[in-house]
Design a protein around this ligand. Structure first.
Ligand code: FAD
Length: 379
């Protein structure tokens, strides 16, 4: 008798697990639940702003994936999981499972502040980035405030500058960072390189040791008393896991990522992968990244098949290929297999990874086309 495998989330992790399990149809019947209708290629969202990549090339219909790979797709939101009774409750129904793979990623953390949620723009999906570009075209902001000086904050700030330059709009762009420096724990040379590029080449202000305190429509007030009006607030000040994970009675880190064992499970029939898994590595834990989401899911999916067949489980052994902080004026920086890279070589590495990992030939070719000819014309 086939076992029922339920996958929550069809991002990088869920999609690759679905792909692996679809090759074992004799053993399993796979259902994937996602609250979105499309798989969204998140690493290129800032490139819609800075490079004129058409957002349509970053989305791939999950229904097309499900017919290609032969899994059932349910477009619904998971509200809770009952691990003791092997049941997932969605907004419309309740679903039983034999094996569960949770790969619901992460989302913007507003830290419970509804005022910020209501009066800011986030960057979690293709539809979010469309909202941002539409607002930039439609509204007249004097300043653009980016709350959060992590990878995404730096990337989107650089993209905004390139976009505003194309439109001949000489407006303020300011990154507000709560701690003493942007880019947190990255190597000093990288922070200096990025800081120099942002400040001196792109004319972006950086205010550290400061938070955004109030946001009322387009009026933004900082903890140091500075006020900007009318301003666009892009909130990239942290991420958390979905509510249903936050409510699980299991060990988690402050972002709500679930601590998993070396086989990526929290119990015999429940595996957790991607951004919502907290995986120990060396003296610390793995960061959120596409490469880890994909290989964790392939390992977990293979462990599901081994569990069904009574075989041995595989330990997850992460290989870190590195990371890039892409900046839209081509002065990116990062580290690839331990080697420091900067400038155009780093930018090229980002896009090579993105094109390689994009789903579908249409999307790959579309991104290449837009890198040569941006989808928007300078106005
Ligand atoms: C702007 C941005 C830029 C990034 N740049 C890079 C980069 O350059 N390189 C890199 O390696 N990583 C980058 N990342 C991180 C990378 O995108 C994530 O690590 C990766 O997407 C994690 O994959 P995942 O499958 O765990 O989660 P996701 O890709 O986020 O997928 C999770 C899926 O779960 C679904 N879901 C969530 N909650 C529910 C629910 N309750 N019910 C049903 N469905 C649900 C979501 O709709 C989504 O489809 C970036 C992320 C962002 C946001």
């Amino acid at each position: 008798m086939k076992k029922k495998v339920l996958i929550i989330g069809c991002g990088f992790a869920g999609c690759f697990a679905g792909y692996f399990l679809s090759r074992h149809k004799k053993d399993v019947e796979v259902t994937v639940i996602d609250r979105k209708e499309t798989f969204d290629f998140l690493p290129m969202l800032p490139d819609v702003v800075g490079r004129g990549i058409d957002p349509e090339f970053l989305a791939y219909p999950i229904s097309a994936l499900s017919s290609r790979l032969g899994f059932t797709f349910i477009n619904d939101e998971v509200k809770s999981v009952d691990l003791n009774n092997n049941t997932v409750i969605t907004s419309r129904s309740s679903l039983g499972y034999d094996y569960l793979l949770v790969s619901s990623g992460s989302e913007t953390n507003f830290y419970g502040n509804d005022q910020m949620r209501k009066n800011s723009y986030k960057l979690d999906s293709v539809s979010d980035v469309k909202t941002i570009t539409a607002a930039i075209s439609r509204k007249k902001f004097d300043s653009y405030i980016i709350a959060g000086g992590g990878y995404t904050g730096v990337e989107i700030a650089s993209g905004l500058r390139v976009l505003l330059n194309e439109k001949s709009l000489h407006k303020k762009i300011i990154i507000i960072e709560r701690s003493a420096s942007i880019l947190g724990s990255l190597p000093e040379w990288m922070k200096e390189y990025a800081l120099n590029n942002l400040k001196n080449n792109l004319g972006i202000n950086i205010i550290t040791d400061t938070t955004v305190d109030k946001a009322a429509e387009e009026k933004i007030v900082l903890s140091n008393g500075q006020m900007f009006d009318p301003a666009m607030l892009i909130w990239v000040a942290g991420v958390r896991t979905a509510d249903f994970i936050q409510n699980l009675n299991v060990e988690k880190n402050p972002q709500g990522r679930v601590k998993v064992d070396e086989y990526l499970k929290i119990r015999g029939n429940c595996f957790i992968t991607g951004d919502c898994a907290y995986v120990s590595h060396g003296n610390g834990f793995l960061r959120m990244a596409v490469q880890f989401a994909i290989y964790q899911s392939l390992t977990a999916a293979s462990n599901i098949i081994s569990s069904i067949r009574g075989g041995e489980l595989r330990r997850y052994q992460p290989i870190d290929l590195g990371y890039i902080i892409p900046m839209a004026n081509n002065r990116s920086c990062g580290q690839i297999i331990g080697v420091n890279v900067k400038g155009a070589a780093a930018t090229a590495s980002h896009f090579l990874m993105c094109i390689y990992r994009s789903l579908g030939l249409r999307n790959k070719l579309g991104v290449i086309k837009n890198l040569i000819t941006p989808s928007r014309l300078p106005s």
